[in-house]
Design a protein around this ligand. Structure first.
Ligand SMILES: [Zn+2]
Ligand SMILES: [Zn+2]
Length: 238
């Protein structure tokens, strides 16, 4: 956190250097990114990403969309629009936040974005099948996504039983928890652990951590078998 001198923010451990939550999902043929937060540009540079086939959005909060303008680099090299997959509600916010990208007479160099509407129906990006999972972020609907054996859920504080059922059978789950103390719109660590135990997913990584969670090494050591804190740069093969 900017200006913070707590033990996490001043830690030398690389696993305590946390950018905003996002993931990249790759098959042999397809690369997609989930969310473009304010750190999107640096995350793409750091991972040396040369091409994306699509960007899938969970919800419209600024820490998940603010970096979208930087897709212009992908436009420049591919000479193609970038395909975005978002609900109507999320698209409204994207158009409001980046109006210049959607003007009829655009001057060159602006981000070139192709909007694709998603609902709770399964869809496909390239050769990657995706099942949306509806989760609640206080009163805001947010989408989690299941990609075959892997499920990614962020910014949830409540999941209804029929949506939880969609996660069952996943081999790896990424699930959000902000900190140990309760929060009104994000799961606490204890709430996330309870969900994982109910679902019996073999391996879970906890994401969207606030500095209030504590240091990676300390918290990770306290977690039950099969649950770990995620870290920036974590690569999972399924
Ligand atoms: Zn949010
Ligand atoms: Zn968030």
């Amino acid at each position: 956190m900017i200006a913070c001198e707590c033990p996490v923010c001043t830690s030398d451990d690389k696993k305590d250097k946390r950018l905003r939550s996002s993931i990249m999902v790759q098959s042999e043929q397809t690369t997609l990114v989930v969310d473009t937060g304010p750190d999107f540009r640096y995350q793409m540079l750091r991972a040396e990403v040369k091409h994306v086939d699509g960007i899938v959005f969970t919800h419209s909060h600024k820490d998940h969309i603010a970096g979208l303008d930087d897709v212009r680099a992908f436009n420049f090299f591919s000479q193609q629009p970038v395909n975005i997959y978002a609900t109507d509600m999320t698209q409204e916010a994207i158009i409001r936040e980046f109006p210049y990208a959607f003007h009829e007479s655009k001057y060159p160099g602006l981000p070139d974005i192709q909007l694709n509407t998603i609902t709770l129906e399964p869809f496909v990006v390239g050769d990657i099948p995706i099942t949306p999972i509806l989760v609640w972020h206080l009163k805001m609907p947010v989408l989690g996504f299941r990609f075959g054996p892997f499920t990614y859920i962020t910014d949830a504080n409540r999941i209804e039983p029929e949506e939880l059922a969609k996660i069952k059978g996943s081999e790896v789950l990424v699930l959000n928890a902000l900190r140990k103390e309760k929060h009104m719109s994000h799961f606490s660590l204890g709430e996330s652990i309870a969900i994982v135990k109910e679902l019996q997913v073999p391996q879970t990584y906890i994401t969207h951590l606030s500095h209030q969670m504590g240091k990676h090494a300390d918290v990770d050591a306290e977690l039950p078998q099969g649950i770990n804190l995620a870290w920036d740069g974590l690569v999972i093969k399924v």
